[in-house]
Write a new protein. Structure first.
Ligand SMILES: [Zn+2]
Length: 250
């Protein structure tokens, strides 16, 4: 017989009334706005890893009676904000050191996508199937999703948001309806600016203006410029690849 941890018990407990869930969230929102040195308004323009830690403490306290932290059992949990996440709203990792076998955890939030979104009022943002009125709401939804990943790692050593267990927890604990978001991705931003794969673009490089076509869009666009000394590509021509910030392209 296996002994379930206090956290597992808690996570599998019957749902709180929806009103209580909404109230907890509202209190956490107020908490963040009051305590964060960076998030001073709902459409904040700066965020720091310490804000993700603040969210962790607040959610652990209000939704899990402080059971998450002890379940880490001294294993480090690092918080981050990244502008390099261009598709996921966040990422939670369980990292095992190949040398010592020690396990640590990491929760990283896609800051760049939060800032790219909520600029155009016509673009309605939904995260986890719930419409978000501002960046702070989107941040909370993303964090809730990542927190369930962490909890699954702590309780079951694996986590997958495409699976039933995850989605059942997300719905019961946080009223999530989906496990996806429609935050503005770099690809969509580029598309809005009329830049897509295959687009002819020009950009400034070393004082020269180069022209080529877009091969790939991530955080930057990969532009292939014809160059006899460049690598040979599948179309039989030679190109040199440049990685150019999207807003530097014309
Ligand atoms: Zn996920």
């Amino acid at each position: 017989m296996s002994v379930m941890s206090v956290l597992t018990d808690r996570v599998l407990a019957p749902a709180l009334p929806q009103e209580t869930i909404r109230q907890h969230r509202a209190e956490i929102r107020a908490d963040v706005l009051r305590r964060s040195r960076y998030i001073k308004e709902p459409n904040f323009t700066a965020i720091h890893p310490s804000d993700v830690e603040l969210l962790f403490d607040a959610y652990d306290h209000r939704f899990f009676a402080g059971c998450c932290k002890p379940e880490l059992k001294e294993r480090p949990l690092r918080f981050g904000v990244s502008s390099r996440l261009t598709v996921s709203g966040g990422v939670t990792k369980r990292i095992r050191s190949r040398v010592s076998g020690d396990v640590r955890f990491e929760i990283v939030i896609a800051g760049g996508m939060l800032f790219d979104s909520f600029r155009d009022p016509a673009h309605r943002v939904t995260v986890c199937g719930l419409e978000c009125a501002d960046r702070l709401e989107a941040l909370q939804r993303i964090f809730e999703h990542e927190l369930i990943h962490l909890i699954e790692h702590l309780c079951w050593d694996s986590s997958n948001c495409a699976r039933t267990r995850f989605q059942e927890i997300a719905t019961r604990v946080f009223l999530h309806r989906e496990h996806t978001h429609n935050l503005l991705t770099r690809r969509e931003m580029a598309a809005k600016a009329g830049i897509r794969r295959g687009s002819q673009v020009s950009f400034e490089f070393d004082g020269r203006r180069l022209t080529g076509h877009v091969a790939r869009i991530t955080k930057r666009a990969t532009v292939l410029v014809p160059d006899p000394e460049g690598a040979r590509y599948t179309d039989g021509k030679n190109y040199r690849a440049y990685y150019v910030p999207i807003n530097a392209l014309r």
